[in-house]
Write a protein that binds this ligand. Sequence first.
Ligand code: CUA
Length: 338
Amino acid sequence: MMAAAILAGPHFVLMLAQFTGEHNSLHAAGPQASHIEWLYWVIFWITFVAFVLTIAGFTRAAAKSHSSAAEMLPVSTDPEGDRRATWAVGSAVAITVFTLFAVLFMSVITGKKVEGLTSNNPVTIQVTGHQWWWEIQYPNSQADQTVTTANEIHVPVGKPVVILTNSEDVIHSFWAPSVHGKRDLLPGYSSAFWIQIDKPGTYPGRCAEFCGLQHAHMGFSIVAEDENTFEQWEQQQLKPATDPGDPNAARGKQVFLTHACIMCHTIRGTDAGSKMGPDLTHLASRKMIAAETLPNTPGALAGWIIDPQRIKPGNKMAPNPLEPDDLQALIAYLQTLQ
Ligand code: CUA
């Protein structure tokens, strides 16, 4: 009984923790997450009732027992008692087996419902896992109409969205608990799943499969907005970067194009076209940098550019010991990339 109570304690704290915060599988934002949440509560209440009955049984047995531990237990010679005990154990086994099959059945049904979303005209998003960030593309048959961004996914509210998955290096797992269950991203293997978000808002997600040193710093967010806002966002993301009017920012562009930045990043509309790191064409439109590790502020951006290894040790971006003037200009340029 003590062991059960000790086990139940942290569970209860964990359960309370689930009720707070936004990274929350019990705050379903769409149909798939609702199905999963429903199954969670069914299993929760079944195990809760089993827990209460077990504790009640133990308590009753302890209260009825008059013999001390040192005494030998008397051998039962009561056939009526034997019959009752057999009946009780038999029914308990039957109820347990029945419950397990019922839970299995409900899990299968929930799985079918979660997979059941389809549409002839969905929004399609390609998510590719990288150590340690998410490449996000909205594929289009015309290459110049394909939006490419990183870590921040925009979707229209109330519309089915199909997410195509892949990984560039190791196995990652895409998990936005308010939206869907975990989905593995396997290198060299494409798969697809559907999501739908019915409530506007920003839903955080994380990588849920250990994928190396910075696994814990591999976050993303899904921004669900009304259809108009989404389309405006998409149109804005399609535009190439414009030349900055401000002379300091213009100097920053030259810093970008003549230093290591150009080796890894793309800014459409410039000579920078490498796909090693995140596409920065609309960097300033994103709320966070470094896969949701830092806010997208000039200070955080400067700290990241100078010494990314201090913030996410082991990541693929090398330190950039820029002169202070160059760094200021570069930050000014990056802030124009709306
Ligand atoms: Cu990617 Cu863990």
